[in-house]
Write a protein that binds this ligand. Sequence first.
Ligand code: SF4
Length: 448
Amino acid sequence: MIEANRLSQVQYAENFSDIHPPFETKDAALVEANRCLFCYDAPCMKSCPTSIDVPKFIKQIATENVKGSAHTIFSSNIMGAGCSKVCPVEKLCEGACVYNFMEEEPISIARLQRYSTEKAMSANWQLFKRKESTGKKVAIVGAGPAGLSCAHVLSREGIDVTIFEKENKGGGLMTYGIAAYKVTPQFCEAEVNYILGIGGIEIKYEQELGKNISLTDLQKEYDAVYLAIGVGLARQLEIPGEELEGVEDAIKFIYDIRDKGFDKVAVGDKVAVIGMGMTAIDAATQAKRLGAKEVTMLYRRTKEEMPCTQHELDIAMLDGCEIIWLASPKEIKGVDGKVNEIICSIMKLGEPDASGRRSPVDTGETFSLVVNMVIKAAGQMPFEALVDEFKIQNSKGKINITDSATNIPGVFAGGDCVNGGKEVVDAVQAGKDGAKAILDFINKNQNH
Ligand code: SF4
């Protein structure tokens, strides 16, 4: 049966409480900061896509200069607060910390980062001053991490920025596509407001490129345009039964949990989740935490090839999710229009594909699972039609860029719409790169 309101409010609150709780006391943060060896040529810093000066900000915490440490973090990553909650740190900074080689716990870099950035946000320390307005205007499409990061750098340089966002909230996938036990909608809203605190950035909501706004108009009205449109459409399984009641897209499921509230989102007794990326994990764990009795994750490759991190997999397993490797959905069956079974092909691994990953090959054998809900998290597709419409050079919908510039003069792009969907921290760096390229472009045009 698929139903909402399976648990008590107390159980919901428990199941969706902060998965990485902050330091309880200032002393706890100081003790952790003082464990840091402040390494020369620090590997933690090198493995951060935004190159946050980790030893510097930890030293600043250790010397009780919290404001300074927040400034160090935000100088490199204006979404440093959100990233401290959602970054896969086990494969980035914390995974690179030298303590791992000594077989000791790495420094809790994310928690320390959270410690100072949350203080900065709650006290509304505005740590950057916007330069005097240059009179130049830039349009950004998309208020996700890439768009916001680009906007903040441009605004610091005195550019007037207008962001056009198709949803009615900013934050992009951070707001719409991440499990509620990692970041809350309230936090995402506070983070967007904190970023806008610098001034010079206006967000126009419910403005969609190709619908309410056109690229041609933006080009006419602005000195440059930055496309940070992300990836949006859920990849279809293209198997029979996909239209049955009870088949849902993971992003929509995750979004509904955040938007409607835990008790309003219906979940099945027995749920199958297709995919093994971060979105699949977020959907599976949340289905379990909403009260599903059995959640089975199906992945067509093996653990070696899974896109999520071991840490994420551990969360799913600790939540009691079952994993079936080498299983590819073949057909969803239903009764009275509602899902009641999923048939899967048993796969084996064949030769590596272009990306170097071994491709799954159908063995011809199948198995079936009794389920009443199927959540699809088999990836998202870029906005192919949109980029085609505007004649932006792309490969399979991913926008091609050279130093953030597209093939259309004055139009730049970055984030998921270019890389096909990476981490929030990668999008933040792309936004910084985009802003730098736009500033160079505007300066060059000014001197001609
Ligand atoms: Fe500190 Fe670890 Fe980074 Fe060294 S690698 S500076 S110990 S966090």
